[in-house]
Design a protein around this ligand. Structure first.
Ligand SMILES: *[C@@H]1O[C@H](CO)[C@@H](O)[C@H](O)[C@H]1NC(C)=O
Ligand SMILES: *[C@@H]1O[C@H](CO)[C@@H](O)[C@H](O)[C@H]1NC(C)=O
Length: 388
């Protein structure tokens, strides 16, 4: 009986002693705020008594005590009149007290765990009652210029890549597209990842690429990368031989199409023995560059035309279209040969009497045209007669 009583008393004492100890009654709710805003963490304590409440930042190897009760223990600069750290005390019903840690003008480095501890008098700090809450400081994405390409120079055939990097909280996702809406080198419209591969580089991959960093915190960040693909000129022709009639009044046009980067210099020449003879613009020759928005041109191609005026016997030879840039030189040959008849769309208007006298069919055409005109006049008048 005695033993039972003693046991009951001991239990009661233990319970009483526990009742005397302060307790952090609620979990500390996590706080998620954007950079520049104010974050708050609540620590609500029951049976605080004469004990003190401490807030500490425990996100580093050595935890840093920020406050004891209402007193700030760290450097606390004021920004715009408001201190970075503040602690508010609110007395709640039922012998509870809330200590609110407020951090103003949040910075990314304020992210992390914050521990509330009740310093119980005469107790080792390892026995203090504690709880931890998390502050997350969100930050919209920002491009890291140091690790983002703005210009990339690639040689044709090279395997290369372009990189875009950004920071932000949470860590942003990075996607790549082409500004002109063309497909990426991998044949897709969009690529997810920091580093976009450009394998077996080709002039078609030259242009502006856009990277977008997004972490759902508005606004997303963007950066542009200009890609240049260096390539020795390639030269192709539309026709490798062109004919004309040598009466000294007609002209011939030779076309060549040149691609390369840097934009090649293009000229025409003939080869006499061992020497190249570059054709300058004269009474005889004219080199022109055609508008480049022609449908049968590929990316970066330029169309050049050599006009040979007053074609005569001495002009029938090989002409070379030469493209050159810092990556090399290439050329293609076009042969001008003699025909028995005028060639090209200008023939009739250029030389009507000559053509008529040379071409007996032309007089037949004239007769046919007169007959057609008479017939159509007859039909027309017939139609008029039918009108009521
Ligand atoms: C924190 O405590 C204060 C004071 O009791 C209260 O007004 C506020 O709503 C609490 N905040 C949260 C997030 O619980
Ligand atoms: C990144 O993209 C993945 C897949 O679309 C998505 O689940 C995730 O939420 C994104 N992350 C951020 C920070 O927006």
């Amino acid at each position: 009986m005695d033993a039972l009583l003693t046991g009951a008393v001991v239990l009661l004492l233990v319970a009483f002693a526990q009742c005397q100890d302060p307790e952090i009654v609620n979990d500390i709710l996590p706080e998620v705020k954007r950079v520049g805003m104010t974050g708050k963490l609540n620590c609500t304590v029951a049976r605080l008594g004469d004990n003190s409440v401490q807030w500490a930042f425990t996100g580093q190897t050595v935890s840093e005590v920020i406050s004891i009760n209402l007193n700030i223990q760290v450097l606390n600069p004021r920004k715009g009149g408001i201190p970075v750290y503040q602690v508010l005390r609110t007395d709640e019903p039922g012998d509870r007290v809330t200590f609110t840690l407020m951090i103003s003008r949040l910075l990314p480095e304020h992210s992390g765990p914050y521990e509330c501890a009740v310093q119980v008098a005469n107790k080792d700090s390892s026995l203090w009652t504690r709880k931890t809450g998390y502050m997350t400081v969100q930050q919209p994405p920002m491009i890291k210029p140091g690790s983002t390409d703005s210009v990339k120079l690639i040689d044709k055939g090279e395997n290369a890549s372009i990189t875009c990097d950004a920071f932000g909280v949470p860590a942003p996702n990075i996607t790549w597209v082409r500004s002109d809406g063309k497909l990426l080198p991998n044949g897709k419209a969009i690529f997810r990842g920091r580093t976009l591969p450009i394998n077996d580089a080709d002039v078609n991959y030259a242009g502006v690429y856009r990277c977008v960093a997004d972490n759902n915190i508005k606004p997303p960040a963007e950066s542009l990368t200009q890609v240049y693909v260096f390539q020795a000129p390639s030269v192709r022709v539309l026709q490798d031989s062109v004919g004309q009639f040598a009466n000294g009044r007609l002209e011939a046009k030779l076309d060549c199409i040149v691609q390369g980067y840097p934009i090649p210099t293009v000229y025409w020449m003939v080869i006499k023995g061992d020497t190249r003879q570059r054709l300058l613009n004269t009474e005889k020759f004219e080199t022109t560059k055609q508008a480049t928005d022609m449908q049968n041109l590929y990316a970066g191609e330029q169309w050049y035309t050599l006009t040979i005026k007053f074609v005569q016997a001495g002009d029938f030879q090989d002409y070379y279209c030469v493209g050159s840039n810092s990556k090399g030189e290439n050329m293609t040959k076009v042969t001008l040969f003699s025909t028995w008849d005028c060639q090209g769309p200008m023939c009739y208007s250029l030389d009507p009497e000559n053509r008529a006298s040379r071409d007996p069919l032309s007089s037949h055409h004239t007769v046919l045209a007169v007959v057609a005109a008479v017939l159509s006049a007859a039909v027309t008048s017939q139609l008029f007669c039918l009108q009521p």
